[in-house]
Design a binder for this molecule. Structure first.
Ligand code: AMP
Ligand code: ZN
Length: 111
C-alpha cells in the first residue's frame, strides 16, 4: 500500500531494528518504546487493523501471534502483553495491523 510506513518496513525500504521474521511476519523494536521491552509484530501483507486481519488472513494472524509469543518467551520472563490498538479512539496511529509485545521485565534482569 502506498505511503504505509509498515509496508515500507516489511519491504525493507526503510530501516528498522529487526528482531525476527518469518515468511509472513516481521518483528522490530518500537521506535518510541513505552516499556523496557517494546517490540512490534506485523503481517508482511497490508491489513488496516487486527479485526481486518482476522477477517481476511487468518494464516497471517496465527503466524503473527506465534512469532510474537516466541519472541516474548526469548526476551522476557514469559510475563508479557500482546496488544492491538484498533481504531483512532483506541490509540491506533499506524493503520497497518500490528501487535505490541510489551514487558516490564527483560529476561537478563532476573537473578
Ligand atoms: P499504535 O499507536 O498502536 O498505532 O502503534 C504505533 C507504534 O508504532 C507506536 O508505538 C510508534 O512508536 C511505532 N512506530 C511508528 N513509526 C515507527 C517506525 N518507523 N519504526 C518503529 N516503530 C514505529
Ligand atoms: Zn501497510
Amino acid at each position: 500500500m502506498i505511503d504505509c510506513i509498515f509496508c515500507k518496513i516489511a519491504a525493507k525500504e526503510i530501516p528498522a531494528k529487526i528482531v525476527a521474521e518469518t515468511e509472513l511476519s516481521l518483528a522490530f523494536w518500537d521506535i518510541a518504546p513505552k516499556q523496557p521491552i517494546h517490540i512490534l509484530v506485523i503481517p508482511k501483507q497490508h491489513h488496516e487493523n487486527v479485526a481486518e486481519l482476522a477477517a481476511e488472513a487468518t494464516d497471517y494472524l496465527v503466524d503473527l501471534v506465534q512469532l510474537g509469543s516466541r519472541i516474548a518467551s526469548d526476551v522476557s520472563t514469559g510475563s508479557f502483553r500482546l496488544t492491538f490498538n484498533t481504531g483512532v479512539e483506541a490509540g491506533q496511529t499506524v493503520f497497518h495491523a500490528h501487535g505490541h509485545i510489551t514487558s516490564t521485565t527483560p529476561k537478563e534482569q532476573v537473578a
